[in-house]
Design a protein around this ligand. Structure first.
Ligand code: DP6
Length: 366
């Protein structure tokens, strides 16, 4: 953490000029799950995710200097309208970031944000939202210090800053796959920020699809933060954290080797373990719905009948992420239409992606 505090410029060296910035940042889907945290957004176990493409947040900030302010000054609009719930989360977030961005007390920010997917669709938006915002803030810092808003140091700080907003957001910073959390086998891995792992990706994973089956688009039954804190008293916590590390180690080998079958075994075991942990929490939560299980059984049958490498993972909710190589798009589509369509509210087609990009900073509305 010190590297980000120490590396921050002396506030006097900032030259705060009015300007604007914009970033589009994708969501990600964890194969090894982050579930349980401590301290200031530190994970209890390392996690690994695929960065997505279609599910993203776009955030734009117009900024101008103001006289010193006690707390960061900002306005926030989500999809063109004010949003008090999001605003208070941003307020809290920005006030925690002042040690890393000393300029925050000296600027006024007009923040505008929107998602590519419906907010109520049951898709976790904190990873894309917090990473997009983190990129904008890091770009502002680069503008004030005359640096480039690209390169390894910039991305590492963006990941570090994103993590403070939402743990999973720190993994959205990198294309392909990202690892967050200390893992002995991976040099430089850290609990403070994610690392890019695209170099281990065997070509069979390069065009992987993620079809998100919306079993229920209702509000989440348990927020991520509440879910993480349930791990503090979970009787299986210690064994879980050990399992996650071992599974991750095996998964890295499997991804490098292009072993689809073993990839699927790990992804599905991990998703079910996440849900088992929630069922063993106090109070317990059952976040799968009957149709979640019906789809999992149908998928196992589809796989047994066809031999196609199509696997599932779950987040902390009832929706299913189907993971498979792009060459199977038509076959999977036919099966979904024939057998799964009546069980779901809809689906979102996504795929492994290239990570965040800078976008025009012009506000669409305002
Ligand atoms: C089940 O990153 O949303 O999706 O750090 O409290 O914002 P906070 O939690 P969050 O948790 C994600 C949990 C998960 C698994 C994962 O993405 O690794």
């Amino acid at each position: 953490m010190e590297q980000f505090i120490n590396s921050r410029e002396n506030p006097e060296e900032y030259s705060i000029i009015p300007g604007s910035t914009g970033w589009r940042s994708p969501s990600n889907i964890a194969i090894i799950k982050y579930w349980g945290k401590h301290g200031n957004q530190l994970p209890r176990n390392p996690s690994l995710s695929f960065t997505l493409t279609s599910a993203y947040t776009e955030t734009r900030i117009q900024y101008k200097p103001i006289a010193d302010n006690i707390s960061p000054a900002f306005s926030f609009r989500f999809e063109g309208v004010e949003n008090p719930a999001f605003s208070s989360r941003i307020q809290k977030y920005l006030s925690h970031l002042e040690p890393y961005f000393p300029f925050l007390g000296k600027v006024d920010l007009a923040i505008s944000s929107g998602n590519s997917f419906p907010h109520s669709s049951g898709i976790a938006s904190s990873a894309s939202a917090m990473s997009a915002l983190a990129f904008c803030l890091c770009s502002m810092e680069a503008a004030f210090t005359g640096k480039e808003d690209s390169g390894p140091d910039f991305l590492r700080k963006a990941s570090f800053i994103a993590r403070l907003g939402s743990g999973s957001a720190c993994r959205s910073v990198y294309p392909g796959i990202a690892l967050w959390g200390r893992q002995d086998q991976v040099h430089g891995s850290s609990d403070l920020f994610a690392l890019p792992m695209g170099h281990i990706l065997h070509p069979v994973f390069g065009d992987f699809r993620d079809t998100i089956l919306l079993v229920s688009s209702g509000q989440k039954k348990v927020s991520s933060s509440a879910g993480h804190s349930l791990m503090d008293n979970n009787p299986y916590a210690t064994i879980r954290y050990q399992n996650a590390g071992k599974r991750l180690s095996r998964l890295i080998d499997v991804i490098e080797a292009g072993d689809l079958n073993e990839f699927g075994n790990i992804a599905e075991a991990e998703a079910l373990e996440l849900h088992a942990l929630m069922m063993a929490s106090s109070p317990p939560f059952i976040l799968m719905l009957p149709d979640t299980l019906a789809i999992i059984h149908a998928l196992h049958k589809f796989r047994a009948d066809t031999g196609y490498p199509v696997y599932f993972t779950l987040d902390a909710g009832p929706n299913i992420h189907l993971l498979y190589p792009a060459r199977l798009v038509s076959e999977v589509n036919r099966w979904l239409e024939a057998e799964i369509a009546p069980l779901i509210e809809g689906r979102i087609e996504d795929a492994i992606g290239k990570g965040p990009v800078k976008i025009s900073s012009e506000f669409a509305s305002h």
